[in-house]
Design a protein around this ligand. Structure first.
Ligand SMILES: Nc1nc2c(ncn2[C@@H]2O[C@H](COP(=O)(O)OP(=O)(O)OP(=O)(O)O)[C@@H](O)[C@H]2O)c(=O)[nH]1
Ligand SMILES: [Mg+2]
Ligand SMILES: [Zn+2]
Length: 350
């Protein structure tokens, strides 16, 4: 199941007496399933493991190797320790605090799944790639639903990826027609662990079902706008017949990888440099007098398209960064604003 030399070399670091080694194969909030070569059983955390965890990162996640003690005639187990992780997929949790949330551990290859249809977005793809690179995981981009677009449109999308900074391998397929599926299947190597990540509704579970040859896991049609509805609710590791392992994950609504300061600035170093000369330190570069960025555009030193990309990305990122409370506050403030405008308008009319 992928317990290779690397993990073997860490066995001696752990308290092994009377304990077995198993892999976390499903996580649903506080409940776990673990499996070894022969069986899959429910498991709970030992009190020590639970209380010594300083954050959620210290707790077992899908793909982790753990030491366990079986009970109830080997029908259940207690998880005692988590092996060091060879690779990780983690993301920044929503909210102001810089906190991370584990997605999966000990993954060899992450399939970054996007639908060719509504979901396609090179910048978002890039964020997933950064996440994979951060955790030492090899990424492969998978474009699904090619049946919903023309070959020309697909060609354009592939070209958009190649002409970006993305160098990862890209596969395109349709779960409906089956085109491209063989090529996808050939990527899977026995003994290796793969993880499907991407927005909700892009066809991750459908792809998994296709691999195991039956509709074992729930999938759900997406709404007309292409917005996914979160069908998969837990992370699980499936051992395929040919010996490789695949982890399906619930769709990610957002990927909080972009800090307003770090991520956005990437690729916009020119604008950041210009902004040093703005009159106000908190210049938004949209309307302020003495804004060096606006001046550069007016003088033709900065391309307008590049600038508007910057604004777009910044807006998106600010949206992600905003805490729930901020969003509520902003909504309320906007509501009041609309009311005042309406009132004033009525006054003016009478
Ligand atoms: N036309 C078309 N539809 C597809 C394709 N792949 C999946 N679908 C459909 O897309 C919908 C969503 O698929 P799922 O597999 O549930 O998507 P998911 O990525 O697992 O979504 P979450 O579990 O919410 O993260 C289903 O109705 C699928 O039948 C494809 O290649 N072409
Ligand atoms: Mg799913
Ligand atoms: Zn400015």
């Amino acid at each position: 199941m992928g317990f290779d030399q690397w993990f073997q070399s860490h066995v001696s670091d752990l308290h092994q007496e009377g304990r077995d080694i198993a892999r976390i194969s499903a996580v649903d909030r506080g409940s776990y399933l673990i499996r070894n070569q022969t069986k899959e059983v429910p498991a709970e955390l030992s009190g020590k493991l639970y209380f010594q965890a300083e954050s959620s990162i210290d707790l077992p996640c899908i793909g982790d190797w753990v030491t366990v003690k079986y009970h109830n005639n080997d029908a259940a187990a207690i998880i005692h320790e988590v092996f060091p992780r060879k690779t990780i997929l983690r993301r920044k949790s929503a909210g102001e605090k810089v906190d991370f949330q584990m997605i999966a551990a000990n993954i060899d290859v992450a399939f970054i799944v996007q639908s060719c249809h509504f979901d396609f977005n090179v910048r978002r793809m890039d964020r997933y790639l950064v996440m994979a690179a951060d955790g030492g995981v090899e990424p492969i981009v998978v474009l699904t639903k090619t049946d919903l677009i023309t070959p020309e449109e697909l060609g354009k999308k592939l070209a958009a990826i190649t002409s970006s900074t993305i160098t990862a391998r890209v596969l395109a397929l349709s779960n409906v027609t089956g085109i491209g599926f063989d090529e996808f299947q050939q990527v899977l190597v026995p003994g290796k662990t793969y993880c499907l990540i991407g927005s909700s509704g892009v066809g991750k579970t459908t792809l998994l079902n296709r691999l195991i040859g039956q509709d074992a896991f729930d999938t759900k049609a997406v709404s007309g706008t292409g917005e996914g509805k979160h069908t998969t609710s837990r992370r699980q590791l499936i051992v395929l017949n040919q010996g490789s392992m695949l982890i399906d994950t619930p769709g990610m609504r957002e990927l909080g990888l972009l800090g307003v300061t770090e991520g956005v600035n990437q690729g916009f170093e020119d604008i950041i440099e210009l902004s040093m000369a703005c009159r106000y330190a908190d210049c938004s570069h949209t309307q302020e007098s003495g804004c060096a960025v606006l001046t550069a555009i007016a003088q033709g030193e900065l391309a307008e398209a590049h600038y508007s990309n910057y604004l777009k990305l910044r807006k998106e990122s600010e949206h992600y960064e905003m805490s729930y409370l901020d969003k509520r506050k902003k909504d309320r403030a906007f509501g009041r604003f609309v009311k005042t405008v309406k009132k004033n308008k009525q006054k003016g009319e009478t």
